[in-house]
Design a protein around this ligand. Structure first.
Ligand SMILES: *[C@@H]1O[C@H](CO)[C@@H](O)[C@H](O)[C@H]1NC(C)=O
Ligand SMILES: *[C@@H]1O[C@H](CO)[C@@H](O)[C@H](O)[C@H]1NC(C)=O
Length: 700
């Protein structure tokens, strides 16, 4: 467990950071980590001898608990810590080179604070059986499949798919990148800028990629594996995708928000004449917005599609509330039951001075007796009572230590965030974990609360973009981390892994991940700085994520009032919060009247979010994504249901795995993750001086 866990954590932490600087947001696949650790575990079980002293190295067969512990450790490491985003923005856009020790401690504290808060809420967000965490169920069912008889055949399919895609990825990724986006339209007419905007999509921020075909699994399965999501859930995404293309083209060609003056797709800020905005010119020595300097430079502009994306994200967030109230009233009731007056009264009655002493851990028998008649209890949790729980004190100490470290760091690094702003961010995080965490636990839905938190941060610290970044880091990131911890503790519960082991694995994985994230971030920025600052980036590297974070911080943190207040240039972005509350209502009313239209299949918040989907990255993959999702979730599921049940997830995980290992190797070998890049020589299928799909390169 230790060997494989640490090895995979290192792999995941490095890969996640490489992916952070990719033109398309790609995540390290948890399913893949689960399978590769299983394969490695079997190998160690088979090849380490059992005689003599070797017995101590290989005492028992590899089991499910070890596998779960490895997945928890490695998936905690396989994230790009949001803290690295703050540091990357400081290096790229503020020319600040943060002190390495302070940076590492910033990452440690920002990644661990959420664990502290989330852990202390276990009794609400983890123990009750209605806190189901539906998102982890495919993983659990795969564990079950791997550790029962008949796993051999599944493994054979896994190996074949893994090696086939591993070799194949050499072509679209390196030798023949035209395969990233095969567009008949651009090949027929490589001289039209309009064709690039609509049909192009093989490079970052190139175009919408309409009817372009992608053969690169890395981008097809980048955000979500098409084998994993049921068709019904995909339908709203698909509608949003169609709407997105229509809306983007309309916004751009109708010149709404002066779109024509700026690139079609971009996450950066611009002057009215279309040149890149130089944000250092409006900030004073303390990195705060200076009104006189701002008047000299004028307010910055966004590209029209990016404004659309901001608008529909807010629309979707507001729509989620109404949607849940209308359609999921019972779930909501269940989620908030603990807030009902009767439940609160019960807490008060049980609340003795004894229960405040969180450092005192009752013995197992005591707890079992205490919980024996509690019907709300998860049966999995009941079995877990055999193991001592990680006591509250562990989480409380995590919280306090991280908070103190964070306070020291924000003052040592001139973050401009004052101590009380930090405390407000923690309070906001706590409330969000309680509310959005419950919804996540019950429905698997994750609210995207970043824009909302950014707005509140901007309101509390106007004119301070850097403070806004730190505020978002400690509030938004803590919510994510708390959900991650609770999800992983639930995985532990489902696989009967002792909670102390789960917490230890999670902590080790997270800390190791931070160090690797930081190292890789510095190496990539040192080597690819120019590309990361450009609008388009390349097919391999792109600064889209730090650019987004930065321009959001400047806009919401520095200029919220000037840009988004009523009557200002982008006021519809803020009004979207109000509009969004109404969006689901007509759909619900029509469904009540004409249920046969099946409008209950439409998930309006998701449609809203996806109207902004194509605002960034490599878009040629979408058609292939939906085709494969349809193939898996309709064709295989209805025609070959037996095959589907046995192999579908395994196949998806194998394809992700082979791809991700090849990308890992190529990143260091030829893409310049740590040194110069060596692109494949120019030929028809590898158009290194333009767009890979040979659409016209728009020079802006
Ligand atoms: C655009 O405007 C900015 C600020 O007014 C100026 O610095 C820049 O040179 C202008 N660019 C062009 C191409 O005119
Ligand atoms: C922005 O302005 C600063 C200060 O004048 C200058 O040092 C920097 O090079 C400029 N950045 C860009 C991208 O033009």
């Amino acid at each position: 467990m230790a060997v494989i866990g640490l090895g995979l954590s290192a792999f995941g932490g490095v890969l996640a950071e490489i992916y952070y600087f990719k033109p398309q947001t790609v995540l390290v696949s948890t399913m893949f980590l689960a399978i590769i650790s299983y394969v490695a575990g079997l190998a160690m079980e088979t090849f380490i001898p059992r005689w003599g002293y070797f017995r101590y190295l290989n005492p028992f067969p590899f089991n499910k608990k070890e596998n779960a512990m490895i997945v928890i450790m490695a998936s905690a490491a396989a994230n790009s810590a949001l803290g690295t985003e703050v540091l990357a923005v400081q290096r790229l856009f503020y020319n600040i080179n943060p002190n390495p020790a302070a940076s590492i401690f910033l990452l440690f504290s920002s990644q661990m604070i959420g664990y502290g808060i989330g852990g202390l809420m276990r009794s609400i967000l983890l123990y009750p059986s209605k806190m189901l965490y539906p998102g982890v169920l495919p993983l659990i069912s795969m564990f079950d499949a791997l550790f029962d008889a008949g796993a051999k055949k599944k493994l054979r399919l896994f190996y074949i798919a893994f090696f086939a895609i591993f070799i194949w990825e050499l072509f679209p990724e390196w030798m023949f990148p035209l395969l990233t986006g095969f567009s008949v339209f651009c090949l027929a007419n490589p001289n039209s800028a309009d064709f690039t905007r609509v049909f192009g999509g093989s490079n970052g921020n190139e175009g919408l990629g309409l009817l372009s075909i992608c053969f690169d699994w890395q981008y097809i399965s980048g955000g979500v594996n098409p084998f994993a999501i049921p068709l019904q859930a995909q339908f709203s995404n698909f509608l949003g995708y169609i709407l997105c293309m229509a809306v983007f083209v309309a916004v751009y060609y109708k010149n709404i928000w002066s779109s024509l003056a700026f690139p079609f797709l971009s996450q950066e800020l611009f002057y009215a004449n279309g040149t890149l905005y130089n944000q250092t010119l409006i900030l004073n020595a303390n990195f705060e917005v200076d009104p006189t300097l701002l008047a000299e430079q004028g307010l910055p502009f966004y590209s029209g599609t990016w404004v659309t994306q901001l608008l529909v994200t807010n629309l979707g967030m507001a729509a989620t509330f109404t949607h849940l109230l209308l359609w999921n009233r019972d779930d909501m009731k269940a989620a908030w039951e603990w807030l009902a007056p009767s439940a609160l009264r019960k807490y008060r009655e049980n609340f003795t001075s004894e229960s405040l002493k969180f450092w005192k851990q009752g013995t197992t028998e005591e707890r079992e007796a205490e919980l024996a008649d509690n019907k709300d209890l998860d049966p999995h949790y009941r079995q877990m009572l055999k193991y001592p729980d990680a006591p509250n004190s562990w989480y409380a100490i995590t919280l306090v230590l991280s908070a103190i470290t964070a306070l020291v760091v924000i003052y040592k690094t001139n973050s401009t965030l004052p101590w009380w702003g930090f405390l407000v961010s923690l309070a906001l995080a706590t409330i969000s974990i309680l509310f959005f965490g419950t919804l996540y636990a019950i429905t698997g839905l994750q609210f995207i609360i970043q824009p909302f938190v950014q707005m509140i941060g901007g309101f509390i610290h106007p004119g301070k973009p850097m403070a806004n970044m730190y505020f978002v880091l400690f509030s938004y990131n803590s919510v994510n981390q708390a959900q991650l911890l609770l999800r992983d503790l639930k995985i532990a519960q489902y696989t009967k892994l002792a909670p102390r082991a789960a917490f230890t694995a999670q902590t080790i994985g997270t800390l190791l991940g931070c160090i690797l994230n930081f190292t890789l971030m510095n190496s990539i920025i040192d080597n690819q700085r120019e590309i990361l600052l450009s609008v388009e980036g390349t097919n391999i590297w792109s600064g889209q994520q730090p650019q987004q974070y930065n321009s959001q911080a400047i806009a919401w943190g520095g200029l919220a009032h000037e840009l988004f207040a009523n009557g200002k240039r982008y006021d519809w972005v803020a009004w979207a919060y109000v509009l969004g509350l109404i969006v689901p209502v007509p759909f619900w009313l029509v469904h009540k009247k004409y249920p046969s239209l099946r409008l209950d299949y439409l998930y309006t918040p998701v449609i809203c979010y996806y109207i902004g989907w194509l605002c960034v990255g490599i878009n040629s993959s979408i058609l292939s994504y939906f085709s494969i999702a349809w193939f898996s979730q309709w064709f295989l599921r209805t025609r070959y249901p037996k095959w589907f049940v046995k192999y579908n997830y395994i196949l998806g995980a194998a394809l992700d795995g082979g791809t991700q290992v090849m990308v890992f190797i190529l990143s260091f070998a030829v893409f310049g993750a740590a040194g110069n890049s060596h692109l494949f020589p120019q030929w028809w299928g590898a158009n290194q001086n333009g767009n890979y799909d040979r659409c016209l390169l728009i020079d802006d």
